[in-house]
Design a binder for this molecule. Sequence first.
Ligand SMILES: Cc1cc2nc3c(=O)[nH]c(=O)nc-3n(C[C@H](O)[C@H](O)[C@H](O)COP(=O)(O)O)c2cc1C
Length: 180
Amino acid sequence: MKIAIIYGSDTGNTEHVAHLIQSGFGKDIVDLYDVASIDVDIFSQYSVFIFGIPTWYDGQLQSDWELMLKKMNTVHLNQRIVAVFGLGDQENWSRYFVDAMGWLAKKALACGATLVGRWPASGYDFEQSQGLVEADYFYGLALDEDQQPELTAERVSAWINQLSAEFVNSDTHLSIKNAA
Ligand SMILES: Cc1cc2nc3c(=O)[nH]c(=O)nc-3n(C[C@H](O)[C@H](O)[C@H](O)COP(=O)(O)O)c2cc1C
């Protein structure tokens, strides 16, 4: 199974985490792409994706992802497994914490993807977030390199373990669906 990590990053934090995740899974199975330098044909080349996005300017998508999302209107992600991770700042943007992760997850779902990798919202302190799928869970891994950089490595490592199990389960599910 090959995995594609696709990230957008303005000041390098999300790019840094993308590399951490790639190293965690192993470079032999994970290919890394900056969303600014790829096109939508990438979505036909893999069946498992990890999308990484920071939130900017009061709940906005990172600009390169914003362009990609417009192009994704014609993309189908059926039979594709997607996990998302999002970077934000829970103290200075407490009402918009990791909003972009929510926008991206909703787009992946609208394109037909199977979403895995939900992450508990405990251990963070924020007012509001579009990154929440329900009260106690984010759509994916929320990271805060501004306020909690010391927690990133252990969060990433735990998420990789979680994803490893979920990818296998989803894969089985998909192969059953494919065979039907
Ligand atoms: C001007 C500005 C606006 C920001 N807006 C938000 C926001 O709305 N929500 C949030 O959670 N984080 C916000 N952040 C924090 C960034 O998402 C955070 O620093 C992130 O790690 C940047 O990732 P990058 O280096 O990959 O671009 C903002 C940061 C700056 C400097």
